[in-house]
Ligand binder design. Sequence first.
Ligand code: HSE
Length: 441
Amino acid sequence: MKRVLGVGVIGFGTIGTGVIRLLQAQERKLHDRLGAWLRLVRVADLDLERDRGVELPHGMMTRDATELIDAADVDIVVELIGGYEPARSFVLDALRRGKCVVTANKALLAVHGSEIFQAAERAGVPLGFEASVGGGIPIIRTLRDGLVGDRVRAIYGIVNGTSNYILTEMSRNRASFEEVLSRAQAQGLAEADPTYDVDGIDAAHKLCLLIQLAFGRRVPFRAIPVEGIRHVTAVDMQYAAELGYAIKLLAIAKLLGTHIEARVAPTMIRREHVLADVNGAYNGIVVQGEALGQTFYYGLGAGMMPTATAVLADIVDAARFLLGEASRTPYPLGYRWSQQREAKLVAPESVESEFYLRLSLADRPGVLAQVAGILGREKVSIAAVVQQGQQQNGWVPVVMRTHRARFGQVQRALQRIVRTRMVRGAPVTLPIEEELGKESV
Ligand code: HSE
């Protein structure tokens, strides 16, 4: 049995640096746990010059990731470059060569998971991806192992730190999305191209993986309805607070009989629910189990050292496998790929929820009654109406909370209301997850 296990890291960026630091800092402790040394033997990156503040022995760095994958002393390949290609080819190559693979790449697994999970299964080696969702929060292990005895009914996740940071700042400072985003970019807290984060794409990648782990079903990434936070306004946050809610970008998946409801959208949740207190760059995930009820997982979902801890956990799992300890499942998702079924998704217009509506209505007698009538004809029942704020040139803001209704009915009613010309501009619609608050963690 090998007593020294070689680790090769592809991608010496922020997370790569954290992984290398942690490997160096924990070397002795990990040896005591494993009875073998985990040694960094190769690092591949196109940039060989930049100072990352980490000392590496001369000759350890290469620009050639293929050389790293092929090297006989590399037992565990850690892919940290992100994106689809060449990450996909590196991961598949490593698996074909029988190397254990660890990746933090949710975009890759959400889009090419079918190919990659099956390749890992064929190779019979571990493929760890704990760092791909929730950064340092061990949510993959929790769903794969800890909750395997229960039946998961629903997942509600704040899984994108950047958008959560922006929403938190907007709510605290009553600032606009654009203001907060540009401040966050200037401070390096948001990417120069924030699309994946603020448009909900990153959250949808993560939701794809959570659904496969929780429900054993495959949802093509493109089938998930995704809405980001660009159109959320400080005004809506203010009204939400007055009604007792917070607005969060939620990744939601629910098992509804034979179907799965999945979506990423800015959503109103009760202020007293624990998810409403997940602020700043933090992530929080609520899992609703049939037997267990709600459990809550909270922590830093991004950043150098938090994410590195998740990568290290997978490296240690791979080491245990290589040392012959049967401490982990041979299947990355916790079940055979052939057991996975295609999910039947609830159509977006059939999603049922309570809704928050904000309309700018003509300030004339009878307008509110007509609006209520149109909503009523579409079977959308109003639970509360708030008319506050100043009349502006004959228009007043009116906020409504509906009882449970189908999204399609709400949309149809709003289209009719817009056609009457009693409303100015586009109405704002946000789903309210009242169900989430029914059981509190
Ligand atoms: N960009 C992600 C976020 C972190 O803002 O949460 C990596 O998953």
